[in-house]
Write a protein that binds this ligand. Structure first.
Ligand SMILES: Cc1cc2nc3c(=O)[nH]c(=O)nc-3n(C[C@H](O)[C@H](O)[C@H](O)COP(=O)(O)OP(=O)(O)OC[C@H]3O[C@@H](n4cnc5c(N)ncnc54)[C@H](O)[C@@H]3O)c2cc1C
Length: 428
C-alpha cells in the first residue's frame, strides 16, 4: 500500500549496485502535460518512454523512487510471452490468441531494442531454462517446444534430457530442461532507471517522492499530491500491487502477494562454473516456483516462496535457504549478503487487466508474477491508446475480471486456500 511517507529503494543487491543515482524532484504547485502517469515501475516508465518517443508531453509521478516497487526487486528474468494462450482462447477465441502471442514475442523485443538504442548498462545476458522436476513437467516442456516450433518461434530452443541438463545446472534435482536463447536476465533497477533517463532526455518530466492522493476523472482529468496538481488530457495508472487505495475501483481486482529474493556473497569462479556454467536464468515449473541465476558479480540470486497472506516472513533467509540448499548443497557455506521482497499483483484468472476507469483514465495491472517483459508491452498499449490506436487495448479490456468481495484483506485467506489447492494437486 502506498503511504504518504515516501521511501528510498529497499536494501537489495540491485540498490547496492545501481548505476544511476539521479534524483528527480517532488511535484510542487500546478503542472500541465498531455499525459500524466501514476507509478514509476516498468509499466509507467515504459509508457512514458513510448510516449516521449512519439513527441507527447508526459509527466510521471512516483510515490517513492523510479523502480522502487516490484520493478526494482524482481528476479531480473527477461521472459517473453504476454498471457497464457489457452486462457485467452477460452475467453476471446483463436484470433485473439494470434494477437496476444505476437504481443508476447514483441514484449521481450521492446526491452532488448531499448537496451541497445539507449545504451543501457544493465548486465543483459541471454539464455533461460525451464526446469523439469517430474515426468509430467517433461511432457509439458515437450509439447511447449512443439507448439513453438509449429508457430515459427524466432529464437533458438532446445530440450535437454536428464544427462544433458547437467551441462547448464550443477544439481541433481532436475530431470530435463527447456533452453530458450531469446530470453535471459538483467539488472532491473538499472534497466528501469536507464529507460527513465532516456525518456527525460526526450523531454518527459519525472516527479519522485510524489504520492498521488486524489484523481479527478473526466475529459480534463487532474491528479493531486499533497503539494501539487498535474492537469492532463489523459491519466495512465501504473501502480500495480502498490496502488493501494489510490483508485478504489482497482484495488479489489488484484491481490498483492509477496515474493522474496536472496543474494549470496560473490562465489568463486570455480563454484560459479560448477553451479551455473552457462550463466543462464532458471525457473522450475511448480505453482510456487523457485527462480535463480548468477548476478554480474557472481552471486547466486535465489528467489521464490510466494506468500499469499501478504505477511513478510520474519527471516527471508531462513525461509529461502533450505530450498536453495536442496538444489545446491554446494552453497552450504555461502553467506547471504542481501535479502528482500516485493509485491506482485495477482489477477484471479492470471490475465493482465486492461481497462478504463472513466473519462480519460486508463490502467493496466495484474501481471501475476511475470511482468518484466509484459510491462513493456503494456506500456506500449497504453501509449497506443493515448494516440488513438486501440486494437490491443480493446481486445484485452474485453476480458472480465472479477472483483473480490470485501477487498484484498478479506480475499487473501481465500487466495491462500486456492493456492493450497494447486500446491496439493502438484504434490499428488
Ligand atoms: C520478488 C519479485 C520477483 C519477480 N521476478 C520476476 C522475474 O524474474 N521476471 C518477471 O518477468 N517478473 C518478475 N516479477 C514481476 C515483475 O517485477 C512485475 O510484474 C513488474 O515489475 C510490475 O511492474 P509495474 O510497473 O506494473 O509495478 P511496480 O514495479 O510495482 O511499480 C508500481 C509503482 O507505482 C508506484 N505507486 C503506487 N501508487 C502510487 C501513487 N498513489 N502515486 C504515485 N506512485 C504510486 C509505486 O511506488 C511503485 O514504484 C517479480 C516480482 C517480484 C516482487
Amino acid at each position: 500500500m502506498t503511504s504518504l511517507a515516501a521511501s528510498e529503494h529497499v536494501s537489495s543487491y540491485y540498490a547496492a549496485t545501481a548505476n544511476n543515482t539521479t534524483r528527480y524532484p517532488p511535484l510542487q504547485g500546478e503542472h500541465r502535460a498531455d499525459v500524466v502517469i501514476v507509478g514509476g515501475g516498468f509499466t509507467g516508465v515504459s509508457a512514458m518512454l513510448h510516449l516521449a518517443e512519439r513527441g507527447y508531453d508526459v509527466a510521471l509521478l512516483e510515490a517513492n523512487r523510479i523502480a522502487w516497487g516490484a520493478s526494482g526487486r524482481n528476479g531480473g528474468q527477461l521472459i517473453d510471452g504476454f498471457v497464457d494462450s489457452e486462457r485467452i482462447e477460452k475467453r476471446l477465441g483463436a484470433d485473439a490468441v494470434r494477437i496476444t502471442d505476437q504481443m508476447g514475442i514483441d514484449s521481450r523485443q521492446i526491452v532488448v531494442d531499448r537496451i541497445s538504442k539507449y545504451s543501457i548498462d544493465c548486465d543483459l545476458k541471454f539464455g533461460y531454462v525451464e526446469l523439469a522436476l517430474r515426468d509430467s513437467d517433461v511432457r509439458n516442456l515437450n509439447s511447449w517446444l512443439e507448439a513453438k516450433q509449429r508457430a515459427n518461434y524466432p529464437h533458438e530452443m532446445k530440450l535437454l534430457n536428464r544427462d544433458e541438463i547437467r551441462s547448464v545446472v550443477g544439481s541433481d534435482s532436475y530431470i530435463a530442461g527447456l533452453v530458450n536463447m531469446g530470453n535471459g536476465h538483467l539488472h532491473p533497477i538499472n534497466l528501469c532507471t536507464g529507460e527513465a533517463a532516456a525518456a527525460v532526455s526526450l523531454g518527459a518530466t519525472i516527479f519522485e517522492q510524489s504520492p498521488v492522493v486524489k484523481i479527478h476523472h473526466g475529459q480534463k482529468p487532474r491528479v493531486e499530491t499533497t503539494s501539487g496538481t498535474v492537469h492532463a488530457n489523459k491519466v495512465l495508472l501504473a501502480g500495480n500491487a502498490y496502488l493501494g487505495r489510490t483508485e478504489p475501483k482497482l484495488s479489489r481486482k488484484v491481490i498483492p502477494a509477496g515474493s522474496y529474493v536472496m543474494a549470496t556473497e560473490p562465489l568463486s569462479p570455480e563454484l560459479q562454473r560448477e553451479l551455473l556454467p552457462t550463466d543462464m536464468a532458471f525457473i522450475d515449473l511448480r505453482a510456487a516456483l523457485d527462480y535463480f541465476r548468477l548476478s554480474a558479480d557472481g552471486r547466486m540470486l535465489w528467489g521464490g516462496m510466494c506468500n499469499y497472506s501478504g505477511r513478510v516472513p520474519r527471516s527471508i533467509e531462513a525461509s529461502l535457504r533450505p530450498g536453495m540448499l536442496k538444489v545446491f548443497p554446494q552453497l552450504d557455506k555461502a553467506r547471504a549478503d542481501y535479502t528482500w521482497g516485493g509485491n506482485i499483483a495477482i489477477s484471479l484468472n492470471r490475465i493482465p487487466q486492461f481497462g478504463r476507469i472513466e473519462g480519460n483514465t486508463y490502467y493496466v495491472q495484474g501481471y501475476s508474477g511475470h511482468g518484466l517483459a509484459p510491462t513493456h508491452m503494456a506500456g506500449k498499449v497504453l501509449a497506443d491508446i493515448v494516440a488513438g490506436e486501440s486494437e490491443q487495448f480493446e481486445l484485452l479490456s474485453k476480458v472480465h475480471h472479477w472483483g473480490l468481495p470485501g477487498g484484498k484483506w478479506f480475499a487473501n485467506p481465500a487466495l491462500a486456500t486456492g493456492m493450497m489447492y494447486y500446491r496439493l494437486k502438484e504434490l499428488l
